[in-house]
Design a binder for this molecule. Structure first.
Ligand SMILES: [Zn+2]
Length: 205
């Protein structure tokens, strides 16, 4: 792509680093911004810089938060002894949208994936095991996507906490195998939390 302006080229290059954005789309977005009033670009860059500098990870559940404890963890009406284990904030948002879960979450920050070089040590697993060890947890609900990586991660955690005798369940497989949680519709996802099944039963297949 030949550019008449180095400034334009730089902006397009930066935007095209985003996932799913090719050079053509980046050019279209940048040209769109150029046609808008200047403050639109400023709002966008301010929002992104402020996010980067001020955003926190909740001390308790590792969810993305503006405060040390996120809104869910600091809500006294949530049942803190029931913890739903998810991969990332998109899953928290999907489950919250169903309105069917009143416990807390634990955000792992990914799934175990040897191919992508993600091992248990790269995820927030130790802090989850600690919560179980400390007796803070009565029930753990595994709500990872039903992919091989999701299953491996569930099983790894299950092995770590098995001896502590907490109730473990996994969301019912109304979620199709291989589906990412965030794409499930709210009714299906809501129902799969209500109809969760004991984890041990799920691995016996
Ligand atoms: Zn939290």
């Amino acid at each position: 792509m030949e550019f008449s302006s180095k400034l334009l080229e730089n902006a397009v290059n930066e935007v095209s680093r985003l996932p799913g954005i090719g050079k053509r789309t980046a050019l279209r977005l940048v040209l769109h911004l150029l046609k808008q009033p200047k403050e639109h670009t400023k709002f966008l860059t301010d929002a992104l810089s402020q996010l980067r500098s001020d955003v926190k990870s909740c001390k308790k559940c590792h969810n993305i938060s503006d405060t040390i404890l996120c809104d869910i963890c600091s809500n006294p009406n949530r049942k803190e002894e029931i913890i739903c284990v998810v991969e990332d904030i998109r899953d928290v948002m999907a489950i919250e949208n169903t309105g069917q879960f009143r416990g807390l979450y634990h955000v792992l920050g990914g799934k175990i994936s040897p191919i992508e070089g993600v091992g248990p040590q790269n995820l927030n697993i130790d802090s989850l095991v600690e919560k179980v060890q400390n007796g803070e947890v009565k029930e753990l609900i595994f709500a990872l996507s039903s992919t091989m990586e999701g299953d491996t991660t569930n099983f790894y955690i299950f092995k770590q906490i098995e001896k502590y005798k907490v109730i473990t369940s996994t969301i019912a497989r109304g979620i199709s195998v291989g589906d990412e949680l965030e794409y499930a519709d709210e009714v299906t996802l809501g129902r799969s939390i209500i109809n969760r099944i004991p984890f041990e039963q799920s691995i016996k297949g």
